[in-house]
Write a protein that binds this ligand. Sequence first.
Ligand SMILES: CC(C)(COP(=O)(O)OP(=O)(O)OC[C@H]1O[C@@H](n2cnc3c(N)ncnc32)[C@H](O)[C@@H]1OP(=O)(O)O)[C@@H](O)C(=O)NCCC(=O)NCCS
Length: 290
Amino acid sequence: MSDVTGVLEHHDDTVVTVRRDGETLSIPGELVVSMRVLSDTPVRISAIRSLEWAAGRAWPGLEQHTADGWLLRAGLGHSRRANSAVPVDRHATLNAASVAAIGAWYRERRLPAMITVVERVIPAAHIDPTTLEMPTAVMVRSLDPIPGAGVGLPITLADQPSDAWVRTYAGSRDCAIDVDGWRSVLCAVRDGVVGFASVEADGELIACGRAAVTADGDGVSRLGITALWTAASRRGTGIGSAVTDRLLAWGRGQGAESAYLQVELANTDAIRLYRRLGFTRHHTYGYHTL
Ligand SMILES: CC(C)(COP(=O)(O)OP(=O)(O)OC[C@H]1O[C@@H](n2cnc3c(N)ncnc32)[C@H](O)[C@@H]1OP(=O)(O)O)[C@@H](O)C(=O)NCCC(=O)NCCS
């Protein structure tokens, strides 16, 4: 068995056509065992771990612990990101000892032992990538040149999200929602800074986004953009792009050297938008409960 890496031109049940080094290869369908989308440029596994460190610090939950190279996070069960373990060190692997340590830590907190299965860091042989929950792409872009800052839109930046912001992120305007708990998880950042962008019209929140600048595993400052949202009736009018640009400019001002964001693979509209804004695919991850 061998790999063919190239640009996929066509595939159906009978044939897969790939362009490689200027020639087109046609591979009979029955010989194809699996197909995988690769990052836009070659990415080292160490760079993936390093970026996951920045993302872990940018959404760390309220309590953290490191065990066997994993960063364990807990945050009231609010959001998968704040309540999962992520492999950040080169020693991190899935073996009996790490599974036991992660399981015990989450059991003590009455939370499911959820892990972030990061592409290539956790080999596909350990957990079948097609079984993962919420498969997500991590996309990156440089902060040079600095983008324009939200031309023509009154975008405010604050160090705390408003109640409306929190309720929008938590996906509910329900009065019973734990606004303070969600706010504490959203504001949490480890050794970094966090900012919340809001756009209002007629006293209503119509768009928002969160940004955090934290150090990656090599000590380089990275900007992580999360929680981008535009009210459904306002989509497609440039607000999301303007909020992203504003957060990119803010991150640059905070000393970040590059930016990343995480987007579910199923969210193809958002991925298209991020590509237009200069983001390219770095790696993927998904969640698995032990
Ligand atoms: C993704 C999102 C923030 C984009 O906001 P927006 O204000 O519509 O963004 P813009 O107007 O600047 O850009 C629109 C682009 O997004 C795409 N898009 C995504 N969802 C869209 C929708 N429901 N309506 C219109 N355009 C949409 C369009 O295709 C367009 O891309 P194009 O310019 O290449 O054609 C918004 O669609 C949204 O809130 N989606 C739900 C929450 C979400 O998925 N957030 C991203 C999490 S990573």
